[in-house]
Every structure is written in structure tokens, then in C-alpha cells.
Design a protein around this ligand. Structure first.
Ligand code: NAD
Length: 451
């Protein structure tokens, strides 16, 4: 007999694989549905198709326990489960809208395989109001004779961060479940019983997650508002950093002091090269586009997005200032992943910066411990060890604060380089140590004598 606790997870990317592996590891029966045959083969062997700390161990143990397997067979998944999490990709589309083709295809496959009542849960980040469209899309694919009442769509946005996705999933700040049918909302909330219990186990009362039950449109909006606020906080401190640079003030001390105000808080106040990754760019674009469609000018969102693009170009301007001219100069980029702890390079600042430097004639080498090739800049030679990439460089630019880069010995770096310039795009290096080794250090809005 099908257990009420069996769930299907459609799409095995960063969100779906973490969800499937963690729920199964906590004792639930889970069927993952994935259409990419290569990923499917890896997943069923317990191999994660991307790097995320703690994921592969959970994936392996869940598969070995028999509580998790992956398939491309929607009929099998729908027959054995009653709650279906939709975790497929929603990449940037046109005019700020996300591309919903994977969601549409998955919805049609779900509908075609549906015979009895299911709760379909959108974890993919979808424009507000998509729940209605999704119900209609599933309905249009239902087999003849199946009552459309079998469909119930609930929104349960995901807030995990790549680089700490397993930890974030197991110990969330909040779980948001939005729907207009209270039974369905309860059913989805109950899937999280073990996650909530596991979070209580930490013994830290400040880590107690809050379950937010709301309507569907509000849940969909919460996801966009959360990402927009985080992106705003980063663009804000970057603007303050740029102001600090012209006023000879130090943004690190400014951020520390303003962050001590409990109304502001210390997190997401790290000045640097700005945000990247698969979510902030597309989600702020989507929210701005939804606002415009309803006659609201998204002044803050537009500024946040423009500020982030400018921040990437600021790195290029700093290099131009120090290396003038850039043509023929050797620049080493440390870090291609959009942040440490992941091998994800979607919308990574490194790509914008590398392309701009190459246009200006610079010769680029790069290093990243998890990325061996940067899509869009395949010509760039990538070294696993930072030291190999630094040899002969006129300038070194830190773009991802991987621990191995922060541990570099500046005396060795200075010996290997042809030039002297270190640009710290994450304000993560020790300026005094760099300057002490005879290097010219420049961070983002950090006061240093060389600036
Ligand atoms: P992803 O691209 O890593 O994974 C999507 C997966 O879905 C892929 O493996 C793809 O092959 C599969 N897929 C596509 N169409 C399918 C279909 N019809 N049937 C079955 N599988 C299919 O995407 P992701 O980063 O996991 O993001 C998924 C969603 O979650 C997006 O909407 C994203 O905005 C949102 N989100 C992502 C993150 C994040 O940090 N990555 C965080 C929160 C929310």
C-alpha cells in the first residue's frame, strides 16, 4: 500500500537532489524523477552530479537503505506517491521573466500520469500566480475521465544556499507553505515533521525554525521578496564601499559598526564583487518585471541590479588603473564558482570580468578547486592549485573566497608573480600580510595606503 509519507521529487538539480536525499535520509520514502539520463545513472549509484558538502554521504545511505531511488518514469512516481515536489529549473527567460518550459513539460508529464488525488508542490521559484497556470497545465494533460479535482497545487519555496545546502535544508530559519486548501497545506507541512524535529535537536533555541502557513500567491511572493532583500543588502554595502573609497574611509569597519545595530544585523554586509549564482539575478529581474506589468516602477530593484553589474566592472577598472594598459598583461583569477562550497558557475562574476579583461587584451589564467572549465570562457586555462595559476602573473584577482586561496603564502605569491598587484574582490585577504610581502594590495572600499 502507498504510504501517505511517500513523496516524489521532480528534477534532481541542486534543490531536488538535496530535498530527495535529506528527506530519505530522515526516514521518508522518496522517488526522484529526472530526465537527464547521465544524471540519473550517477544518482542511482549514489553519486551527486554536483558538489555540495554532506550531500553524497546522505544520498548513498538513502539509496542503500532502499528509501530513495531515481527514475525517469512519471507513471511509476505518480502511482507510488501522493505529494509531488516540483524542483525543475526556471532559468532566465526574456524580458525578466523566467523560462518556464521545464515547469510546463514536468506539469504535462505529471498530468498525463495522474489518476488519483495528488498535492503538487512548487519548490521551483515561479512568478506569482503560477499556481493557477500550473493547475490548468496539469489539467489539460489529464487522461480522459480523470476528475480535475485530483489536482491541488501548493507553494513551498526553497531558501537553501548553495555551498551550505544540506545544512540549510536540515536547519532552516523558516518553512513556508502556501495554499488555498488547508488539507493540502497540512499534508505538505507534515512532510517536514522530521526536518522540524531534527532542527529542534540542535539544542540551540535561536535555530528553531518557524513554519509559515499562508495562501499560495503570498508564498510565491515571499521567495522573491527574500532574494530581493538579500541582493539589496549586498548592493547597498557595495555602494557604501565605493563611497568609502572616495572618502578614504574603511567599509569593513563601517559594515561591522552598522551591523551591530540589531535592526540591521551583521550578515550580508560583505562588500565585494557582488552577487552571482542562479537565483538573485533572475529573481530580482522577475520581480521587477512583475512590478512593471502592474504599473509599479521597481526603483530599488533596478538600482540593486545596476549596482551589481557596475561592481563587476569596478574590478576591471582597478586592474586598468594598476596595469595600464591591460593589453598583453597576465591576470590570474582565483575563483570561478560564484561562491565557495559549490562548483556552480551560473551568473558568476568571474565570467563577466574575464570577458571584459580579454576584450581589453589581457591574458587570463584561473584557478578553482572545484571548477575545471568555465562555460562561456572555455579558452581560459584553469588550474586546480592556485599557485600554478599565479606563476608569472602581473596581477592576481581573488573572486571566490575558497579557504585554500585565503591560506596562500604571500611571500611565495610575490616570488612567483611577475608583477605586484593583488585585487581582493571579496575583502577576504589580509592586507597587511600582502603589503608586508611587497605586494600592492587593493580591496573593495577597504582603506589601504596603496589605494
Ligand atoms: P538545476 O538546473 O540544478 O536542476 C533542475 C533539474 O531538473 C535538472 O537536473 C533537470 O535535468 C531537471 N529537469 C528539467 N526538466 C525536467 C522534467 N520535465 N522532468 C524531470 N526533471 C527535469 O536547478 P536548481 O538550481 O536545483 O533550481 C531548481 C529551482 O529551484 C529553480 O526554480 C530555482 O530558481 C529554485 N531555487 C534554486 C536554489 C539554488 O540555490 N540553486 C535555491 C532556491 C530555489
Amino acid at each position: 500500500m502507498t504510504s501517505d509519507k511517500s513523496v516524489a521529487v521532480i528534477g534532481s538539480g541542486y534543490v531536488g537532489t538535496v530535498l530527495a536525499a535529506c528527506l530519505a535520509d530522515l526516514g521518508q520514502s522518496v522517488i526522484g524523477v529526472e530526465i537527464d539520463p547521465e544524471k540519473l545513472e550517477l544518482l542511482n549509484k549514489g553519486v551527486a552530479p554536483f558538489y555540495e558538502e554532506g550531500l553524497e554521504t546522505r544520498l548513498k545511505s538513502a539509496i542503500d537503505s532502499g528509501r530513495l531511488f531515481f527514475t525517469d518514469d512519471y507513471h511509476l512516481a505518480m502511482d507510488k506517491t501522493h505529494v509531488v515536489f516540483l524542483c525543475v529549473d526556471t532559468p532566465p527567460g526574456t524580458n525578466g521573466h523566467p523560462n518556464m518550459s521545464s515547469v510546463a513539460a514536468a506539469a504535462e508529464s505529471i498530468g498525463a500520469a495522474m489518476h488519483e488525488k495528488h498535492v503538487i508542490v512548487t519548490k521551483s521559484t515561479v512568478p506569482v500566480g503560477s499556481g493557477n497556470w500550473l493547475e490548468a497545465t496539469i489539467e489539460s494533460a489529464l487522461p480522459d475521465g480523470v476528475d480535475p479535482d485530483v489536482i491541488c497545487v501548493v507553494s513551498n519555496p526553497e531558501f537553501l544556499r548553495e555551498g551550505s545546502a544540506v545544512e540549510d535544508f536540515l536547519h532552516p530559519d523558516r518553512i513556508v507553505v502556501g495554499g488555498d486548501n488547508s488539507d493540502a497545506v497540512e499534508k505538505v507541512s507534515s512532510v517536514y515533521e522530521q526536518v522540524l524535529a531534527q532542527s529542534f535537536d540542535t539544542g540551540d533555541p535561536s535555530r528553531k525554525p518557524i513554519l509559515v502557513k499562508t495562501d499560495r500567491a503570498t508564498a510565491e511572493t515571499i521567495k522573491y521578496a527574500a532574494n530581493a532583500f538579500l541582493a539589496t543588502k549586498i548592493s547597498f554595502i557595495n555602494e557604501i564601499a565605493n563611497i568609502c573609497e572616495s572618502l578614504d574611509a574603511d567599509v569593513e569597519e563601517v559594515a561591522h559598526a552598522i551591523g551591530l545595530d540589531s535592526r540591521i544585523g551583521p550578515r550580508f554586509l560583505n562588500a565585494g564583487v557582488g552577487w552571482g549564482g542562479s537565483c538573485f539575478g533572475k529573481d530580482t529581474a522577475a520581480l521587477a518585471s512583475m512590478a512593471r506589468e502592474h504599473g509599479i516602477e521597481p526603483l530599488i530593484l533596478d538600482a540593486v541590479r545596476r549596482g551589481n553589474t557596475n561592481q563587476r566592472h569596478a574590478i576591471v577598472r582597478k586592474l586598468q588603473h594598476h596595469l595600464r594598459p591591460l593589453r598583453g598583461r597576465r591576470v590570474t583569477i582565483l575563483g570561478l564558482a560564484f561562491k565557495p562550497g559549490t562548483d556552480d558557475t551560473r551568473d558568476t562574476p568571474a565570467l563577466t570580468i574575464i570577458r571584459s579583461l580579454e576584450e581589453k587584451g589581457a591574458i587570463i589564467r584561473a584557478s578553482d578547486p572545484m571548477v575545471s572549465e568555465l562555460p562561456g570562457a572555455e579558452d581560459v586555462k584553469v588550474f586546480a592549485d592556485g599557485i600554478d595559476a599565479i606563476r608569472g602573473a602581473d596581477a592576481v584577482v581573488l573572486l571566490t573566497e575558497w579557504p585554500e586561496f585565503l591560506a596562500l603564502d604571500f611571500a611565495e605569491v610575490a616570488d612567483l608573480m611577475r608583477g605586484r598587484v593583488i585585487i581582493d574582490g571579496r575583502n577576504a585577504l589580509d592586507p597587511e600580510a600582502a603589503i608586508g610581502a611587497g605586494l600592492v594590495y587593493e580591496g573593495i572600499g577597504r582603506y589601504t595606503p596603496h589605494r
